[in-house]
Design a protein around this ligand. Structure first.
Ligand SMILES: [Zn+2]
Length: 301
């Protein structure tokens, strides 16, 4: 079969609309029709469905990794090797790290690609997606705790700002948003990396704000304990079901509803978490520092 540059099969129609995703609503299984198949050079096959509950890793902000699970086609369950974002434009399909634009870019179609071992299944066949619900829950717990820790960190650093800065959802200077370099959500743990350098100093936060990371951790952990004790509800608000649609994480904290843009999955109540504790690793000296915040969460059994 002939291929064009990005590997799309010529003669096969590419999807013209986003994959509908049900993981923001907490779904972990569901059946759908195979809309497109992409045979890859390594013998694996990327399967695109009309609808899926499988969370893909987003190449433009790869904080929460892909779900684990199976794709059952014709009674045969095949392991998901990976779940990627695919982007379609002008007859070309790009997968995962090949995607040249941010998810949600106007004029592009965004799809979820389920990577399985070959042979390729039949186009139009029905496929059942079943996600490992326990693994998903451990990522959801870490992701919810990660957002709470970021808000608590903003609050703990508020006193160090020397100029007025953009504010976060709770009214503190938005350190997390302004300084974050990367975020990684793993089962029951998240790692957020922040950079304090020249640009943040110009905005009003000197690197010396992290001279005493233990005191900041104490402040963050105290606030996290209070929030978890509140048992606040957590939900995802979505503009429809399209993969690239806008979604927000909303938590009804005692201080009021807080809302953050988020494409991941979450618990439904803080009462599902029994503890969330951060610690900091600070590297670099003087005017430039890199700060790693590790948030570990335990869940109610
Ligand atoms: Zn998020």
């Amino acid at each position: 079969m002939r291929r064009c540059a990005a590997g799309s099969l010529i003669g096969m129609t590419l999807p013209t609309r986003d994959t509908t995703v049900t993981y923001p609503a907490g779904e972990t299984s569901g059946a759908s029709t195979i809309a497109h198949i992409e045979e890859r050079g390594d013998g694996s096959v990327a399967v695109i469905l009309d609808t899926t509950c499988a969370h893909p890793v987003d190449p433009s902000w790869p904080d929460q990794g892909a779900d684990r699970g199976t794709l059952t086609i014709g009674g045969e369950a095949r392991e998901l090797r990976d779940v990627l974002v695919g982007a379609i434009h002008e007859g070309m399909l790009y997968l995962g790290n090949e995607v040249p634009v941010r998810t949600g870019t106007e004029g592009w179609v965004f799809v979820v690609a389920h990577v399985i071992d070959g042979p390729a299944p039949e186009l139009g066949a029905e496929a059942l997606v079943e996600v490992d619900a326990a693994y998903r829950f451990s990522l959801s717990a870490a992701h919810t705790a990660c957002h709470l820790a970021a808000l608590a960190l903003d609050e703990a650093l508020a006193e160090f700002w020397t100029k007025s800065a953009p504010l976060d959802a709770l009214g503190s200077p938005a350190f997390d948003r302004l300084a974050i370099q990367s975020s990684r959500i793993a089962p029951l743990v998240s790692e957020d990396t922040y950079r304090l350098g020249k640009s943040l100093r110009k905005k009003g936060l000197p690197a010396s704000a992290f001279d005493d990371p233990d005191t900041i951790a104490e402040h963050v952990n105290e606030r996290l304990a209070q929030w978890l004790a509140s048992g606040a509800g957590v939900r995802i608000e979505a503009d429809g079901g399209d993969l690239s649609g806008r979604r927000h994480w909303v938590c009804d904290l005692p201080e009021g509803d807080v809302s953050l843009p988020c494409g991941g999955t979450h618990v439904t109540s803080l009462s599902q978490l029994s503890a969330a504790v951060v610690d900091f690793g600070v590297s670099g000296e003087g005017n430039t520092r890199e700060v790693l915040m590790t948030t570990r969460v335990t869940v109610v059994e």
